[in-house]
Design a protein. Structure first.
Length: 219
């Protein structure tokens, strides 16, 4: 039996869950596999996804439970009125220890690439721990371009551990390489679109990333 999806917040209008790595965020005909909405429906939960994470990425995913809530949340995303904070583990010693990437991103089919013709993008980061072979980071996603965090760190020369899409064949320096990219949607903060009350949720790191962090600290 599949494990139940952890619920981080719910009311009559909204639902925030912690997505396990490996599940699709939305049902798509172009990519086979189980999806988060299907898993919730199997548990008797009816909700509409309003943003997505990459299949390999775990953590906070926001759903709307009514059409009114969905429209309001979509407006919030367009206005960048939600704060999205990620946990990441990057290869090497990220320098500077705190800063931001502003590489413009152009979507190119199933990939994204840095291009002068791309859209403005901003990824802010702060080092939590720096080890010999890897850096643990807190990352604030200011804009939400496709694969933004993964692409920005790879382009800067600090591909995330387990990155296979943008790492240009570089091997992870962490022992017992990760089976998926070391990225987790850690926290989500926003004002409730219908009640205006502040909402702040946090998805704890899953066991595989806790183990990966331990290996990184000892590498």
């Amino acid at each position: 039996m599949a494990r139940p999806i952890p619920i981080l917040f719910e009311d009559a209008h909204l639902l925030v869950v912690s997505k396990p790595a490996g599940l699709l965020s939305v049902v798509t005909g172009g990519e086979p596999g189980a999806s988060l909405p299907e898993a919730l429906a199997a548990a008797g939960i009816d909700a509409m996804p309003v943003h997505r994470l990459d299949r390999e990425v775990s953590g906070c995913v926001l759903f709307a439970r009514t059409e009114v809530a969905r429209a309001e949340i979509e407006d919030m995303f367009r206005a960048r009125a939600l704060k999205k904070t990620y946990w990441a583990l990057a290869q090497g010693r990220v320098q500077p220890a705190e800063g931001a990437f502003h590489f413009p991103i152009l979507e190119d089919g199933p990939l994204a690439r840095v291009s002068v013709h791309g859209k403005k993008s901003e990824t802010r980061f702060r080092t939590l721990n720096a080890w010999r072979a890897a850096t643990e980071l807190e990352v604030d996603l200011v804009t939400g371009r496709y694969n933004q965090i993964r692409l920005h760190f790879a382009h800067a020369g600090f591909a995330l551990v387990g990155e296979r899409k943008y790492a240009r064949g570089k091997d992870s320096p962490v022992h017992a390489k990760s089976r998926r990219v070391a990225l987790h949607a850690w926290r989500l903060e926003f004002d409730h679109p219908l009640t205006s009350e502040p909402v702040a949720v946090e998805a704890p790191l899953p066991d595989d990333l806790i183990e990966l962090r331990k290996r990184a600290s000892l590498a």
